[in-house]
Design a protein around this ligand. Structure first.
Ligand SMILES: Nc1ncnc2c1ncn2[C@@H]1O[C@H](COP(=O)(O)OP(=O)(O)OP(=O)(O)O)[C@@H](O)[C@H]1O
Length: 783
């Protein structure tokens, strides 16, 4: 018998997301950075779920690549650092301030704030909801030591809660431009005016295609995986085994049931934070109950699955009976129906006999008060036809009478034997001897009940918070499960295959596809890419414009990326040797948005690829060198290509597309066993160029620019003239301007010049002035 079925099913009323999940719109991230002797210390505080994350001190290079990645992932609102700082960080901050796209607030604190002792003290004085409030400082030390090595340099100004390690071991390097060129993320403004306040939404991107997560926590974790592709085989294999399980057809039903439970798992960090406040709202209790109930449902299903799968056995072990206790306590204690009606925490009957007794009295009160009111009416001035007895918390019982037309001012409100209290909505309120009796007889029933219910609530809060460790584990395991089910679902929907991850230095993508373009085009032509030291690590691709070169490059980059987050990939088969970075030279950002010229952007990207790629990196270069004079661009491209090839085994997996056909025709590339020349197939049907998008070995002989121009709708006469000029240039003949005189006119001009020449009297001729005034202007005209 499953444990969740012993509990009452939670109400399916939609809860306001912001109330329970934290307000993403007002999310603020404070990143604290400290650089010392090539080591970088980082920690950040996320106001969305009140967590503090930190990264143990790590070596970073002089350009602070690691810091760049962290900033790219988090986009912190505030960057905190010490006023006394190393040059590398100062240079980094200076560059950051030049970026018009993203400007965090930079805050510098005195260096003393970053000392070890002061940081330790700050941590010890922090309020951690999962720890009992009575815990002493010396008791807190072992707790903190289990989360953070306290001998590491810590730098936080405001600390509330320690949560997870922010560890970046084995993270694959991918820069901002590559993320954008490969369309891994793509944020767009929300088209609906009603949703404008929520800012951006995800456009067509790899993240949007793979994100089938049902919980917000899952989506956040998947985003984190996207920012931290890894070459840690253990992590990747752990993810793959779960995906394998859910892509098996006999497990579809479980996949769907798990997804409907995961949908109801809310952000537990936020819930626990709200639980630690004085008076959590009813919606928080509802949400917590729903979360725990659904976590138990997840546990019940997972326990029936093979426990040889690491994630499943972790869920079975870590979703302990604490969850059952929390759910049982909440369902037995909280009266959700009454709580919603009264908009406050209300205790169920049979929890506390004193509360029950008081509530019983309160329930019987209306009838009793009607009798009292009837008796009071008999003693009143006969002008009053009605009266009632009301109860106001903290004030007590009052006699309420309708205001008569003759009662105009305060004096006229006075009635003998009664104390006038106040006037509200044409009702006069009095204290009588009978109401005074009621006060002493029934007391402050309502307030007493509230106080007693508060005491019960505090106990319940404490018992939830005591079990917060288990809840945090539930949160992270559910998020992981949600992400992996999402990846499995995407794999099923788009017929992906499971890549074989190896530490061999080989990439082999058989019949691979572009994961985004295949969704937008009716027929996608799949292509194979095999790269290793013996199978051509350097591929130079030539092909007419629009033949599919860029798509081929991007699809290789995307597939390798997908494998490095543990996902299945769009291919028939794939073998992925773990790469350490993906570098690219592709157009992604507009030059205006970064304040650099297009060519300068190209050069910056190429510099990064040349300086930081290793034998295990994947480098994608699309049309480098086109932004400047052809000869100079070609020279730079050739030099870069030769530089890579001369590195031998340290040459990266290089995929380079170019329309500089002379790179090959003029024999500019050094001979190397690493080199492989590829082209994209096209065919001419009649006059028309047909793109086949099939990659094959070889070199493209013609750019087919004229055919493509015709396809694009350029007027025929312009295309004809283009072909004519191109032919004249290739064969080294003179190219005449379109507006040059016709040959008849030219003949007549020549005759004129010759006649003039014959008529010259050579004895009287001044050669200099003749040359200047007659010959040169005529020559200019003729040419
Ligand atoms: N494998 C494919 N299957 C189907 N359609 C494709 C494929 N590859 C490319 N295409 C189509 O061809 C278009 C042009 O592709 P792409 O941008 O890669 O060409 P290109 O050779 O890089 O062109 P250019 O040199 O002008 O940049 C794509 O937008 C897509 O519609």
């Amino acid at each position: 018998m499953s444990e969740a079925s012993n509990l009452q099913e939670p109400e399916s009323r939609a809860l306001s997301i912001n109330e329970v999940e934290g307000d993403e719109g007002n999310r603020e991230i404070f990143l604290s950075v400290f650089v010392q002797q090539g080591q970088i210390g980082l920690s950040y505080y996320d106001s969305c779920d009140y967590t503090l994350h930190f990264m143990p001190d790590t070596v970073d290079n002089s350009d602070l690549h690691l810091l760049d990645r962290v900033i790219q992932e988090l986009s912190p609102n505030v960057l905190i650092t010490s006023a006394k700082q190393e040059q590398s960080l100062l240079d980094f901050i200076e560059k950051l301030e030049l970026n018009p796209e993203y400007k965090p607030e930079i805050v510098m604190f005195p260096n003393a704030n970053f000392g070890l002792e002061i940081s330790r003290q700050r941590l010890l004085s922090a309020q951690i909801p999962s720890l009992p409030p009575t815990i002493t400082e010396s008791e807190k030390i072992p707790y903190f030591s289990s989360c953070i090595p306290l001998d590491s340099v810590l730098m936080r100004e405001r600390i509330k809660l320690i949560c997870s390690l922010f560890c970046r071991k084995d993270v694959v390097y991918i820069d901002r431009d590559t993320y954008s060129a490969l369309q891994i993320f793509k944020s767009e403004l929300h088209p609906s005016v009603f949703k404008l306040q929520f800012g951006e939404k995800e456009g067509l991107s790899l993240y949007a295609v793979l994100n089938r997560c049902r919980s917000k926590l899952g989506s956040l974790l998947l985003r984190q995986w996207f920012h931290r592709p890894t070459r840690d085989l253990n992590i990747l294999k752990r993810r793959q085994e779960v995906i394998r399980f859910f892509t098996s057809p006999r497990n579809f039903a479980d996949l769907n049931t798990l997804q409907s439970s995961l949908r109801n798992i809310k952000n537990i960090s936020t819930l626990l934070h709200k639980m630690s406040l004085a008076n959590p709202k009813v919606v928080v209790w509802q949400s917590l109950y729903k979360t725990v109930y659904n976590a138990l449902c997840v546990r019940d299903i997972i326990r029936s699955m093979p426990q040889s799968i690491q994630l499943f056995s972790e869920i079975s072990q870590n979703f302990t009976d604490d969850l059952f206790c929390i759910a049982t306590y909440i369902s037995k204690v909280v009266d959700f129906e009454a709580s919603v009606a009264e908009n406050r925490f209300t205790v169920r009957p049979n929890v506390d006999p004193v509360i029950d007794e008081k509530k019983r009295k309160m329930m019987g009160l209306p009838d009793f008060l009607t009798d009292v009111a009837r008796a009071e009416l008999e003693n009143l001035d006969p002008r009053f036809s009605t009266c009632s007895i009301i109860y106001i918390p903290l004030i007590g019982f009052l006699l309420s009478l309708p205001r008569l037309p003759t009662m105009l001012d305060k004096q006229s409100f006075e009635i003998e034997g009664l104390n006038f209290m106040f006037l509200s909505k044409d009702q006069l309120h009095y204290r009588s001897s009978r109401t005074k009796e009621l006060d002493s007889m029934l007391g402050d029933l309502h307030c007493d009940t509230l106080d007693l219910e508060m005491v019960v609530m505090r106990k319940l809060q404490a018992s939830v918070l005591q079990r917060s460790d288990c809840l945090y584990r539930v949160m992270s395991l559910c998020a992981e499960l949600d992400c992996l089910i999402a990846l499995a679902q995407a794999s099923l929907d788009h017929s992906y295959c499971c890549p074989t991850l190896t530490s061999n230095h080989r990439l082999a993508l058989i019949e691979s596809r572009h994961p985004l373009l295949e969704l937008c085009t009716p027929v996608f032509v799949s292509n194979t890419y095999i790269s290793s030291e013996t199978e051509g690590k350097v591929k130079v691709i030539t092909g007419p414009n629009s033949s599919g070169k860029s798509i081929y490059l991007k699809q290789v980059g995307l597939i390798v990326f997908m494998a490095l987050i543990g996902s299945d990939v769009p291919a028939k088969e794939a073998e992925i040797g773990l790469v350490d970075g993906i570098f690219s030279r592709m157009h992604s950002r507009e030059s205006v948005s970064v304040g650099l010229s297009t060519f300068m952007l190209d050069l910056n990207q190429m510099t990064g690829s040349l300086n930081h790629s290793t034998g295990d990196s994947l480098v994608l270069v699309d049309e480098f060198g086109k932004g400047t004079n052809t000869v100079d661009g070609l020279a730079l491209l050739t030099a870069s290509l030769n530089n890579w090839m001369h590195r031998g085994p340290q040459c990266p997996y290089l995929l380079m597309s170019t329309s500089f056909h002379s790179l090959i025709q003029l024999g500019l590339i050094s001979d190397s066993p690493l080199l492989d020349l590829l082209t994209l197939e096209t065919a001419i049907e009649g006059e028309e160029l047909v793109f086949l998008y099939q990659v094959k070995n070889g070199v493209c002989q013609s750019s087919c620019a004229a055919n493509i121009a015709t396809l694009a709708g350029i007027p025929d006469d312009l295309v004809k003239r283009g072909v004519e000029v191109s032919e004249l240039y290739r064969t080294g003949r003179i190219i005449r301007k379109m507006d040059s005189p016709s040959s008849d006119e030219q003949y007549n001009r020549c005759v004129e010049v010759v006649e003039k020449f014959l008529s010259i009297d050579l004895d009287e001729l001044d050669p200099d002035s003749y040359l200047k005034d007659e010959v040169l202007p005529t020559l200019e005209e003729m040419l």
